[in-house]
Design a protein around this ligand. Structure first.
Ligand code: ATP
Ligand code: MG
Length: 588
């Protein structure tokens, strides 16, 4: 049986004012409703209510992982630098990896993810193809020294992650687990009540080939997602987009004086043409220091991930470097560049023969610069970040953009870690081969914030029953007489005996304070007990999600509760049933 919670006893200090450093609803509300407290930049304590939610999210994850045959275990957070040297990520991971030394001067790090550790674990123990596939997972605190920790649990330096790793003898076996994981991730999002979208993504620091991110749609999301009605969707970090640059109608090369024109917007206005009819330049250097000038449709931005694929190690030139290269600061163009500067251009510009572009001279631009005749492009690549209105790479219809919070990501790693770290098994012919691997992460603490982003209003949080800190809050309007509080206690016992989690607001507070806190904390269902209602034989019920308040005769209410008792459903399903039934009856 569940223990009844008492507001007089819960450590959930609520705040009236919006904390000044909290910019988005989930950060503000989780602080205001007393679910968490900040201890330092990007570090949070989960208070009792916050921890109850986290444990429920974890329980859903465990259910989904166990359901597809993954096995839970627990690896150390602290990891030996040696295995990171083996994989090459001690250098590659960069300053996000929190590094330290022990008293003997041995390198260590706090795990931001565990590919190295799990690979070093199994390389000596999973020896035969007969033991494969195997999937292992853990739910644990991870550490990343984020450049900009912000938005509370959304991007913190210590956060809770579920990380799973699978080991296979064949690519087909990996494909199957990857697909099952994807399905489990979708069920996870649904069980949390999230409006979510799976998208094509970049594999970033983790590496590997196939990867999908699962995003909760929310304005506060840091990711931008492109999608099409045909079902295609991708993070704009990688979305293959098809911009529509416009051909300029002059075909002769002509130098135009453009005084005071520094931006694409100014150039378009000056020439009375749309921005899509201009071509913009970005100048940088490759890993060897050779200068590369890139050209994009004027209305699009250079995409960092795409350029790094096209020109590994690409960095933009500083003002001094631009000067040293003999280039003007503004008005860089493709005609008459200094010897040795390589020209790269976005593929979409193949379609337009005549460009409006800088003239490599401050205060001047060219119109009618013709490919082939006036300049030559050395390489073409997809270089732009997708924009609304670009064409879908799958069906050609215009794409739309939305913002998302990445709650999880799955990866097909292949043999990246097993090869570099020498993790092999013997196949059917007794030959040693590297494991084929997959890895799968869910941001547990970030998921809590994502749910709050989607479930809130001006009064507070509206928890979906499946992860609410408790299902029902009983609000006795007076606690000093011998009628209301005993009735509330009795009701609490009755509800908890059928599997619901119940909290009583037994504080000596004014009704207004109790109502405000109940709405702020966001219990899905409130039952309000007052002298008048009790003497009339009714409870007043409020559904936090719809805001509906209605009276229900106590006898009928008891019928519903006893129905729940005899229904084999889980408590959260029972709660939904309670809400629906009681509403239907009250409205009947
Ligand atoms: P992001 O792109 O947001 O930095 P990531 O792609 O680096 O995240 P993964 O390595 O895929 O993150 O980690 C798995 C999950 O852990 C992510 O999908 C996300 O939900 C969560 N996560 C990652 N970084 C953080 C963080 N700093 N704070 C909270 N959760 C995080
Ligand atoms: Mg990710």
């Amino acid at each position: 049986m569940n223990h009844v919670l008492r507001m007089s006893n819960i450590y959930a200090p609520t705040l009236k004012e919006v904390p000044t450093d909290a910019a988005i609803p989930s950060h503000q509300l989780l602080l205001r409703a007393g679910f968490m407290r900040k201890s330092a930049t990007g570090l949070y304590t989960y208070l009792p209510l916050g921890w109850r939610v986290i444990k429920k999210i974890e329980a859903i994850i465990r259910d989904e992982m166990d359901g597809i045959g993954a096995q839970e275990m627990m690896m150390p957070i602290l990891q030996d630098a040696q295995i990171w040297h083996e994989s090459g990520r001690w250098n590659d991971y960069g300053p996000e990896l929190m590094r330290m030394e022990d008293r003997h001067g041995n390198g260590l790090c706090l795990g931001p993810t565990h590919e190295e550790l799990v690979t070093s674990l199994v390389r000596n123990e999973l020896r035969s193809y007969k033991q494969l596939p195997t999937t292992l997972y853990q739910i644990q605190s991870k550490f990343r020294d984020e450049i900009r920790p912000r938005f509370g649990l959304m991007r913190s330096r210590e956060f809770i992650m579920k990380d799973a790793y699978s080991f296979h003898a064949t690519k087909e076996s990996l494909d199957e687990t990857y697909r099952e994981m994807g399905e489990a991730y979708e069920r996870y999002c649904k069980r949390l009540g999230l409006d979510y979208r799976p998208v094509e993504a970049d594999s970033g620091q983790i590496g590997g080939s196939a990867t999908i991110e699962y995003h909760a749609l929310a304005d506060a999301g840091e990711a931008e997602l492109a999608s099409c009605t045909c079902g295609w969707a991708a993070n704009t970090e990688v979305a293959a987009c098809l911009p529509h640059p416009k051909e300029y109608d002059e075909t002769q090369l002509r130098k135009v004086e453009t005084p005071g024109v520094h931006t694409i917007a100014e150039l378009a206005e000056f020439l009375h043409i749309p921005e899509t009819a201009t071509v913009k330049a970005m100048v940088g250097k490759d890993a060897e220091g050779a200068i590369v000038a890139l050209f994009l449709p004027g209305d699009h931005e250079l995409n960092e991930i795409k350029i790094d694929r096209a020109v590994p190690g690409f960095t933009l030139l500083t003002d001094e470097e631009i000067k040293a290269a003999g280039l003007p600061k503004g008005s860089i163009g493709c005609v008459g560049l200094p010897e040795g500067v390589r020209i790269g251009a976005d593929e979409s510009l193949k379609d337009i023969k005549h460009w409006v572009v800088g003239a490599n001279e401050d205060g001047y631009h060219y119109v009618g610069a013709e490919q082939g005749r006036d300049f030559a492009v050395d390489f073409w690549a997809d270089l732009c970040t997708a924009k609304a209105g670009d064409s879908c790479p799958k069906c050609g219809k215009p794409i739309t953009l939305a913002r998302g919070i990445e709650v999880g990501q799955i990866f097909e790693l292949g043999d990246k870690y097993s090869t570099t770290m020498g993790a092999t098994f013997s196949d059917e012919d007794g030959k040693d081969r590297p494991f084929i691997m997959g890895c799968y992460g869910i941001g547990v603490s970030r998921s809590m914030a994502a749910v709050v982003e989607q479930y809130n209003d001006e009064y507070g949080i509206k928890w979906p029953a499946a992860i609410a800190p408790a299902h029902v809050c009983i609000l006795p309007l007076s606690v000093n007489d011998d009628l209301v509080l005993p009735a509330a206690e009795k009701l609490a016992d009755q509800l908890s005996s059928v599997g619901l989690e119940v909290v009583i607001d037994d504080r000596k507070e004014r009704p207004g304070v109790k109502f405000a806190d109940a709405d702020l904390i966001g219990w899905p269902l409130q039952i309000i007990l007052g002298k008048r209602g009790l003497s009339n034989g009714v409870y007043e019920v409020k559904n936090r999600h719809t805001g509906d308040r209605f009276e229900i005769p106590i006898e009928e209410f008891n019928d519903i509760v006893s129905m729940i008792k005899h229904a084999p459903a889980l408590a959260s399903a029972a709660l939904n049933q309670l809400i629906e039934e009681s509403q239907a009856r009250a409205h009947a």
